[in-house]
Design a protein around this ligand. Sequence first.
Ligand code: AMP
Ligand code: ZN
Length: 111
Amino acid sequence: MTDCLFCKIVAGTIPSNKLYEDDEFLVFHDIHPIAPVHFLLVPKLHVAGLSDCRLEHEDMLGRLLLLAPKLASASGLDGFRTMINTGRSGGQEVFHLHVHVFGGGQTLPKT
Ligand code: AMP
Ligand code: ZN
């Protein structure tokens, strides 16, 4: 996906404030954080969003979610919120699947 922002970040052609990387995922701090800690878990594989995931992505999605508490804990959070915006009407702006993790500071309001 040559025109995808997160593919470019994964490829290293656009810089990011990297928190974690392995063969399958890149995790970096959100450029416009809405909490004291706010990072994005991004699979290196280009999938546009959660609605584009299929059975073949099942294992990847499991590993993606399991990474969230590990990195939240490593970032000093004892609790955190996850968010996956899906589709334009779901608030998604970057059409490469990602999970927001945020926390720190005050207790987050109920949504
Ligand atoms: P979403 O609305 O779920 O698609 O979220 C996209 C997120 O990507 C937003 O929170 C943006 O602040 C964040 N973002 C956009 N460009 C960058 C970038 N170059 N580096 C880090 N985060 C970014
Ligand atoms: Zn992409």
